[in-house]
Write a protein that binds this ligand. Structure first.
Ligand code: OSB
Ligand code: MG
Length: 379
């Protein structure tokens, strides 16, 4: 396939409500939609999930945009490829910047699927026609406010409830949720807020039969997570730590977790996600698909990856309306009783709606062959 032009549509989308984690509060989401166009004028779409600031991981949107403009978009335009699996290899000279790589690769995957009249799920090798989803709830000012949100989402039928925790907002808060809602499928996400010095708190959470505790310790701490997992009965799920196939291999070999949250952007794209999927399956490590406050394009990519067989736990891909007054795709993603139907339309399965996108659009950068720098690593 020959990609002649890549457009980076940079959006600012106001979320319905602020989203608070142990690392900060977010109200406006800066999103870059990547559009890869082939010589027939057909477009494929990807979404860059980098945060505005490097708080979740080292990546941040301004840097990702530069990386896409300067390295990844020119690399794709300058080289012809037969299959999207080749994109990761093409990008190999450039270290990390996984979310920027994944955004471009995602657009190539969508385009490839459309060129071959397949759904993205089929192109990936996914089998499911529907996927189960849960919801991720941010920290609230008070436990009472959080309990109201939990009630609303349980009533909407989400298949599991994830709540954010941090030191001081953990054991008592989880106890109150259990007391009020009984044995709902419940899990907690710490976004790296603890260390092994907090072992007593983390052990205390064992009393609540959580499905898992997500990323209790720092991203680099595979060894500490392994020590922790030996001392608690709650399964540890890693999110931030799993930033590559190698990290997944290390975590599995060390026993740092029993569950993995796959985020396509964090691991560098769909090809790497499939590799991690196959590895985890071999080792009986169940997966689920995490979220990064995506607009519709990213949401549809998440649904596609979740159709792979070892994504056995509900993911964070809730309805478009979870965060957005109006999403940028038609039709929007809708979870009904915690289930999302996989579209049978080609590629990501919905149209990117440029009329809707217009209200959020700040800037579009266009990269063509004329923008490919004269540097030897492009050949
Ligand atoms: O840790 O899973 C996380 C959002 C932004 C950054 C990190 C995380 C999250 C979420 C929300 O938990 C997931 C979503 O609803 O998109
Ligand atoms: Mg997480």
């Amino acid at each position: 396939m020959k990609i002649t032009e890549i457009r980076l549509h940079q959006l600012s989308m106001k979320m319905k409500t602020p989203f608070t984690t142990s690392f900060g509060t977010q109200q406006d989401r800066f999103i870059t939609i990547v559009e890869a166009i082939d010589e027939t004028g057909r477009s494929g779409f990807g979404e860059c999930v980098s945060g505005e600031d490097p708080l979740y991981s080292e990546e941040f949107m301004d840097a990702s945009i530069i990386a896409m403009k300067k390295y990844f978009a020119p690399m794709i335009i300058h080289n012809e490829i037969d299959h999207p699996d080749e994109v990761w290899e093409l990008f190999k000279p450039f270290k990390k910047n996984n979310m920027a790589k994944a955004a471009i690769e995602g657009a190539v995957w969508d385009l490839y699927a459309k060129q071959n009249d397949m759904t993205l799920a089929e192109a990936i090798g996914g089998q499911k026609t529907q996927v189960e989803v849960g919801i991720s709830l941010g920290l609230e000012e008070t436990d009472e406010l959080l309990l109201e949100k939990v009630k609303e989402k349980v009533d909407e039928g989400y298949k599991r409830i994830k709540v954010k925790i941090k030191p001081g907002r953990d054991v008592d808060m989880i106890r109150r949720i259990r007391d009020r809602f009984g044995d709902i499928p419940l899990m907690a996400d710490a976004n790296s807020a603890y260390t092994l010095d907090d072992i007593e708190t983390l052990k205390a959470l064992d009393a609540f039969d959580l499905m898992m505790i997500e990323q209790p310790l720092a991203a680099g701490d595979l060894i500490d997570h392994a020590k922790l997992q030996k001392q608690i009965s709650t399964p540890v799920c890693l999110d931030e730590s799993i930033d590559s196939y190698q990290a997944a291999l290390g975590a599995i070999e060390l026993g740092s977790c029993r569950i993995i949250n796959v985020k396509v952007g964090r691991v560098g794209g769909i090809t790497q996600s499939i590799k991690i999927h196959d590895l985890a399956q071999k080792h009986d490590i169940p997966l689920w698909c995490g979220g990064m406050l995506e607009a519709g394009v990213g949401r549809l990519h998440n649904i596609a990856i979740t159709t792979l067989g070892n994504f056995t736990l509900p993911g964070d891909t809730a309805s478009s309306s979870r965060y957005w007054y109006e999403d940028i795709i038609t039709p929007e993603v809708v979870a009904k009783d915690g289930v999302v139907q996989v579209s049978s339309a080609p590629g990501i399965g919905a149209e990117v709606d440029f009329d809707k996108m217009q209200q959020y659009l700040k800037q579009t950068d266009v990269i063509t062959e004329a923008d490919v720098p004269d540097m030897n690593f492009y050949n």
